[in-house]
Design a binder for this molecule. Structure first.
Ligand code: ATP
Length: 328
């Protein structure tokens, strides 16, 4: 059974379409990263899962329950770390977790939960004195109460330093190891890379890609950059010839160096074309797409229509998704 199933979901707030015709399935036990820039619709999607907002159209099913009709059943089996969680300054960490235990009618031992997130030593301190990372861990502890089948984490690493973000990842992995489905949003691809089985990328309310990070990388192969040091001038005619080769997306000349955006199949052709035209190639190297560029390639195309072309495109990466339209 799928843990999360969104089918043709649109959510409008007056004239703003926050989520547009979103269809997405997250399988049980999967760690799924939900990515997108600010305002892409991530929090709205999470709110739809929890029935905090209702879809304008489409259906939302969580753990086999209709999110609208059976929201109580969904919330009983779901732990949530909301975006911008704020602690009660005067309450201790333990009191926060006790509150979660009471409201979920769980028999969990608060100290054991605090231990799981590394806050056992700070259990008796007032949360108002906690650091940002400790507050996030406390929020996670509250979400973990009752061993939920689904964990929904909205920007769990926001405000955390690298060590804090690493700890958060470790906790997510250990929960996933217990069979929990984890759905979390982020606008930083690096933060999801090491934990997610798959990621979905949202742009302006539309899902532009769903795949593993490796799959996304493979699909954006066209954007790897070939750096070529040449031993003679490259005239405009030759530049145009290279620009016209199959698999080449961009060519820039900077003194003796050419930067060619191309897929791996085109690399050899680019080099031989230069040599055939009498331009000696002294050195060349390939720079793979960085995670940041990869993310930008899916989220910064000029308009959503350019790369979203029907439902099939979002079901699997097909080698053309998003990145093909983007030149850097
Ligand atoms: N309650 C609301 N009323 C009106 N507009 C809303 C409401 N909630 C969200 N929106 C709009 O919907 C769009 C998507 O917002 P959302 O908060 O879902 O994005 P997000 O991807 O979570 O962004 P961020 O990374 O900044 O948290 C934005 O244009 C936002 O202004």
């Amino acid at each position: 059974m799928a843990a999360i199933e969104l089918d043709g979901v649109t959510k409008r707030f007056d004239d703003v379409t926050a989520v547009s015709d979103l269809s997405l399935t997250v399988e049980e036990g999967e760690v799924f990263g939900f990515l997108g820039p600010n305002g892409a619709g991530k929090s709205t999607t999470i709110n739809l899962l929890l029935d905090f907002v209702r879809p304008t159209s489409g259906t939302v099913t969580v753990l086999g329950h209709d999110a609208r009709e059976e929201s109580v059943a969904v919330r009983e089996r779901t732990g949530v770390l909301p975006e911008g969680f704020d602690v009660y300054d005067r309450l201790t960490g333990r009191a926060h977790v006790e509150f979660a235990v009471d409201s979920k009618e769980s028999d969990a031992d608060p100290d054991a939960v605090l231990e799981r997130v590394g806050l056992a030593d700070a259990a008796d301190r007032k949360a108002g004195g906690y650091s940002k990372g400790m507050r996030q861990r406390l929020a996670l502890a509250m979400a973990l109460v009752g061993d939920p089948d689904l964990l929904i984490l909205d920007e769990p690493s926001s405000g955390l330093d690298p060590a804090g973000a690493k700890e958060m990842r470790e906790i997510v992995l250990s929960e996933a190891g217990r069979g929990t489905t984890v759905f979390f949003s982020s606008h930083i691809l690096e933060q999801v890379e090491s934990v997610c089985d798959r990621v979905g990328i949202l742009r302006a309310g539309e899902l532009v890609a769903v795949d593993s990070i490796d799959g996304l990388r493979a699909a954006s192969d066209a954007d790897a950059t070939l750096r070529i040091s040449v031993g003679a001038a490259v005239d405009d005619g030759l530049l145009a010839e290279i620009r016209g080769l199959a698999g080449v997306s961009s060519v820039d000349r900077d003194g003796d160096v050419l930067q060619v955006g191309c897929d791996s199949d085109a690399k050899t052709t680019v080099v031989t074309t230069l040599e055939d035209d009498g331009v000696p190639v002294e050195d060349f190297s390939t720079q793979e797409t960085s995670l940041e560029d990869l993310f930008l390639s899916y989220t910064e195309a000029e308009s959503a229509e350019e790369s979203v072309d029907g439902d099939e495109k979002t079901a699997e990466t097909d080698g053309e998704t998003g990145s093909a339209e983007v030149s850097r």
